[in-house]
Design a protein around this ligand. Structure first.
Ligand code: F3S
Length: 68
């Protein structure tokens, strides 16, 4: 599974990094970033559920998930 943040869509609601703070971070303006665990776009094994939960909770659908 792969994950990306669509920075055009992200409005800084913060639900992604509240739900999974080790998988998503925030920049100085509160917009979502990836973290050391997800920076290469690959979802760590066993964390697919957390990624899906974050994606489902983003009001802007800015967490993009690619099933492989
Ligand atoms: Fe942005 Fe959605 Fe997270 S708007 S900060 S990607 S919950």
């Amino acid at each position: 599974m792969k994950v990306q943040i669509d920075s055009q869509l992200c409005q800084g609601h913060g639900r992604c990094y509240d739900l999974a703070p080790d998988l998503f971070g925030e920049d100085e303006e509160g917009y979502a970033t990836l973290t050391a665990l997800t920076a290469d776009g690959n979802v760590p094994d066993g964390r697919e559920g957390d990624i899906r939960l974050a994606a489902a909770n983003c009001p802007e659908s800015a967490v993009l998930v690619f099933e492989e």
